[in-house]
Design a protein around this ligand. Structure first.
Ligand code: ZN
Length: 442
C-alpha cells in the first residue's frame, strides 16, 4: 500500500494547474442537458481519461421522467431597428435561454422584455436561465444594457432546434481488487460557468487519470452526466451497479476559494460522511458541514428513497451562496489553480481513508508494549525522522482492541487518519499489531 496520505500532501500545485487548464478548455462550450456541447465536452475529457460514451434516445423512460428532445443552437440575436446587434449569443452563450425554442419576429420593446431575463441587483451580469421542460424562448442580458435600450422595434432571431436525438453521458470505471464501488459524479449540463461545473468535470477527469495509474482496493466509477435527467438515465440503466456502491461523492463548484463544504448523504452517518467530516476538520479554513437536504445536485437522485446511496456532496462555496453563482461572473477569473488543487487533495484524502482503513488488533494488549526494545522508543521520543508523533503510536496501541478502525481512532483522538495509519503500519511491521479481520493463529 502507498503511504497513507501521500496523495494528500500539499507538495505543489501542478495538479491544480492541470485541472485549471482543463476547466479553461471546457469553459467556452455551450452545453445543455442534451446536444453536441455535451459530446464535445466528453471528447475533451476523454483526452485525459478514456470515457465510455452512452447515448440514450429521446423518449426513453427514466423512472418517472422521459429523455427529452435534443437541443441544438446555431445563433441567437436581438437587433435594433438599424440592424445593430443588441444581444448576440456569439458573444456569450449565457445570452440565450438554455433550451430555447426557435423564434423569429419583430417585437416592440415592451413585448420583447417579457422574454428577457436580467439581474436587477447585479446589473452588469448576465444570468444563467434554463427552460428544459416548458417550451419557451428567451434571452438573458445585463440589466444595465436592457435599461439603456430605447423604445422601438427589435428584430429577434433564435436559430435553434429541438428534435428527436439522444442524451449523452460519459463513464469511466477503474477496477480495483473488489467490485465494491466508489461513485464520483459531476454534472455536465451547464454552459459557460467555470465553477459550476467546469471545475468539477476537470477535477474528476484528472483524479480518474491519477487513479488509473495505481492499484486500489475499491473500484472507482466516474460519471459525467447532465444534471437530474442524466443521473436518472444512468440510475435507470444501472440498478444492478447501485447495489455495489459503498461510497460516493457528487462534486461541483470546487474551484473557488470558499468552504470547503460537505453535505452529508441521506444516511447521515455513512462511511463517506465520516471520512469527509474528518478530512474537513483538519483543514485550516473552518469547514461547513451540512446535513442532507433534498435540494442541490444529483445527490437528490442518488439519495432518493428507492436508492438511498451513501453519496454526499462536496463543494467549496455551497451552491447559491456566492454572488457569482449562475451568472456570467462565474468565469475563469473566479476559479483558481490553488483552490482546485486543495479540492483535489481533500477528495484524495477521503479516498485514502476509504482505501486505507482497517481495524488493528494489539498482539501485546496487557500493559503497554515495551517500545524501546523494538527500536520504537526513538519514535516515541519524538524523533523527527519518523514523522510520527508519540501520541499516534500510543493511541493506536490503546485502541487496538479489534473494535476501532483507524478512522474511528482518528475521530476519537483528534489526530489525522494519515498519521494514525502510518503509526499502525510501523507497529504492524514490528509485530505488535495484526489486522482484526485476519488475526494470526496463535
Ligand atoms: Zn448550477
Amino acid at each position: 500500500m502507498e503511504h497513507p496520505g501521500s496523495m494528500a500532501a500539499p507538495v505543489s500545485d501542478t495538479i491544480g494547474a492541470e485541472i485549471y487548464a482543463l476547466a479553461a478548455r471546457l469553459y467556452p462550450i455551450c452545453r445543455s442537458i442534451t446536444g453536441d456541447g455535451v459530446r464535445e465536452t466528453l471528447s475533451i475529457l476523454s483526452e485525459t481519461v478514456p470515457l465510455e460514451r452512452h447515448e440514450v434516445a429521446t423518449g426513453t423512460p427514466a423512472f418517472d421522467w422521459t429523455i427529452p428532445r435534443e437541443w441544438s443552437i446555431r445563433s441567437a440575436t436581438i437587433r435594433d431597428s438599424a440592424g445593430r446587434p443588441v444581444v448576440d449569443f456569439a458573444d456569450h452563450n449565457l445570452h440565450v435561454l438554455n433550451y430555447s425554442i426557435p423564434f423569429r419576429g419583430t417585437l416592440k420593446l415592451a413585448e420583447l422584455k417579457q422574454h428577457i431575463h436580467t439581474l436587477p441587483d447585479q446589473p452588469n451580469l448576465i444570468p444563467y436561465r434554463t427552460s428544459y421542460y416548458a417550451e419557451n424562448w428567451g434571452f438573458c442580458m445585463a440589466h444595465n444594457r436592457l435599461a439603456a435600450l430605447p423604445d422601438g422595434d427589435y428584430e429577434v432571431e433564435i436559430d435553434a432546434e429541438l428534435r428527436d436525438g439522444s442524451l449523452s453521458y460519459g463513464e469511466y470505471l477503474h477496477r480495483g481488487e473488489t467490485d465494491r464501488e466508489f461513485l464520483l459524479s459531476a454534472h455536465i449540463c451547464h454552459p459557460s460557468l467555470a465553477n459550476d461545473n467546469c471545475s468539477g468535470l476537470a477535477l474528476l477527469a484528472c483524479l480518474a487519470a491519477r487513479l488509473r495509474e495505481r492499484k486500489t482496493r475499491y473500484s472507482y466509477r466516474f460519471l459525467f452526466a447532465p444534471g437530474t435527467i442524466g443521473s436518472l438515465a444512468w440510475l435507470s440503466r444501472n440498478e444492478d451497479v447501485t447495489e455495489r456502491i459503498d461510497h460516493g461523492l457528487v462534486v461541483s463548484c470546487v474551484g473557488d476559494g470558499g468552504g470547503p463544504t460537505y453535505k452529508r448523504s441521506r444516511r447521515s452517518n455513512a462511511f463517506i460522511d465520516r471520512a469527509m467530516a474528518h478530512v474537513l476538520a483538519h483543514q485550516t479554513a473552518p469547514p461547513k458541514l451540512l446535513d442532507f437536504s433534498p435540494y442541490g445536485y444529483d445527490e437528490r437522485q442518488f439519495c432518493s428513497p428507492g436508492f438511498n446511496l451513501p453519496v454526499g456532496l462536496f463543494q467549496r462555496s455551497a451552491f447559491g451562496t456566492f454572488p457569482e453563482y449562475h451568472t456570467s461572473a462565474d468565469n475563469l477569473d473566479f476559479i483558481g489553480p490553488e483552490h482546485l488543487g486543495l479540492s483535489y487533495r481533500i477528495i484524495s484524502s477521503a479516498i485514502e481513508i476509504v482505501e486505507g482503513d482497517w481495524t488493528p488488533l494489539s498482539l501485546s494488549p496487557k500493559g503497554e508494549p515495551q517500545l524501546g526494545r523494538r527500536g520504537l522508543y526513538a519514535a516515541l521520543g519524538g524523533d523527527k525522522s519518523t514523522g510520527l508523533s508519540a501520541m499516534s503510536l500510543l493511541w493506536v496501541l490503546n485502541l487496538a482492541d479489534g473494535h476501532h478502525s483507524l478512522l474511528t481512532m482518528a475521530e476519537r483522538s483528534g489526530l489525522t487518519f494519515a498519521e494514525l495509519a502510518a503509526a499502525a503500519e510501523l507497529l504492524r511491521s514490528n509485530g505488535l499489531l495484526a489486522d482484526a479481520a485476519t488475526p494470526p493463529r496463535s
